[in-house]
Design a binder for this molecule. Structure first.
Ligand code: NAD
Ligand code: UDP
Length: 343
């Protein structure tokens, strides 16, 4: 089978990053097959992938921890690799419900690995996070920085990374790409797919765009006393389609190699909360009222990537700038004021 038509198992493929990655996979000639339990996504995302690409990915609605169901899925396809997005991502909930986070992210990943191993699938891309670096002292953050998470969510990602290291060391057949995302934002330019948080958004971009559309009154800015140019937190926002294309590049590398690589996916540029508000106001033409409140517990002042390893190893470099991120978020928000749920 040529890599052009290779089937790729995408766990969590109906979610925010997974749906964009399915689009990028299809555009690169791969055939994504989605496993999702819709615990944090909407089936409409699948139809929207089809609206963009003309191809409807095959869907298996099941839990990655259901090994019988996964065995069935693996029997029905000849997968060249898996991209593993399925898991929970709320940092706050990981602090209040650590067992659930570890069950979903660590036990879930272990079950999946067991199923893949049994099915003879030895190529994997894993969604990790810059959260594994915790409060890194040196900026930009390179992959050699110490892994020192500060919350159960970050620990769950670091634990799975460790499991994957041990697996790659024990089983030389495996080829594994660990991708540490910085802050994914934006949406596909069509406005068909985008981020659809349930309830009050935890993250800055969806919150800002819900203020812009009038769903929320004002943004609360968590602290303006950080050691940053304007005192507000600085992050490395990366367009979700760049991130998606980074997965395709990582997959291509992983299909050709063995062992494990871990790379950052970021732009290398930091932006402050106030800069994001300004950029979003300029793009949307809406004013974003805000108030400064206390720091959010557990937040770091500054976090941005050294993206050079992704460039050297994968030939990947983010292309889309902050204006594009704001434009595409706003387009998605305007076309889907209440996300997927109202359709
Ligand atoms: P998301 O919640 O939109 O997508 C996750 C998808 O997985 C959802 O469709 C959900 O229904 C599905 N899912 C969850 N548990 C499942 C299970 N047990 N079985 C089957 N399907 C299941 O999240 P996202 O933002 O697309 O994130 C994808 C991955 O990237 C996650 O692992 C997350 O931790 C990681 N990540 C996200 C960010 C971010 O800011 N969005 C940053 C770093 C890392
Ligand atoms: N932030 C904020 N108000 C919000 C949400 C986030 O001021 O309602 C700030 C947060 O303190 C951080 C930045 O925006 O400096 C990005 O936060 P987000 O939760 O999106 O990402 P993360 O903290 O995971 O990097």
């Amino acid at each position: 089978m040529s890599s052009e038509t290779a089937q790729i198992l995408v766990t969590g493929g109906a979610g925010y990053i997974g749906s964009h990655t399915c689009v990028a996979l299809i555009q690169a000639g791969f055939t994504p097959v989605i496993v999702d339990n819709f615990s944090n996504s909407h089936p409409l995302a699948i139809a929207r992938i089809e609206a963009i690409t003309g191809i409807r990915p095959q869907l298996h609605e099941c839990d990655i921890a259901d090994e019988d169901a996964m065995r069935q899925v693996l029997r029905n396809h000849e997968f060249a690799a898996a991209i593993h997005f399925a898991g929970v991502k709320a940092v706050g909930r990981s602090v209040s419900e650590p067992l659930e986070t570890y069950r979903q992210n660590v036990t879930g990943s272990l079950s999946l690995l067991q199923s893949l191993n049994e099915g003879g699938i030895t190529r994997l891309i894993f969604s990790s996070s810059a959260t594994v670096y915790g409060g890194a002292e040196q900026m930009p953050i390179s992959e050699t920085a110490r892994v020192q998470p500060t919350n159960p969510y970050g620990h769950s990602k670091a634990m799975v990374e460790q499991i994957l290291h041990d697996l790659a060391a024990a089983e030389p057949d495996w080829g594994i790409g660990v991708l540490r995302y910085f802050n994914p934002v934006g949406a596909h330019k069509s406005g068909e797919i985008g981020e659809d948080p349930q309830g009050i958004p935890d993250n800055l971009f969806p919150y800002v765009s819900q203020v812009a559309i009038g769903r929320r009154e004002k943004l609360q800015v968590f602290g303006n006393d950080y050691n940053t140019p304007d005192g507000t937190g600085v992050r490395d926002y990366i367009h979700v389609m760049d991130l998606a294309e980074g997965h395709v590049a990582a997959l291509q590398a992983c299909l050709q190699s063995q062992g494990l690589f871990a790379v950052n996916l970021g732009t290398g540029q930091g932006s402050s909360v106030l800069e994001i508000i300004k950029a979003f106001e300029q793009t949307s033409g809406q004013s974003i009222p805000f108030e400064i409140i206390a720091r959010r517990p557990g937040d770091v002042g500054t976090s941005f990537a050294d993206p050079s390893k992704a460039k050297e190893l994968l030939g990947f470099e983010a292309q889309r700038d902050l204006t594009q991120m704001c434009q595409d978020s706003w387009n998605w928000q305007q076309r889907n004021p209440t996300g997927y749920s109202n359709h």
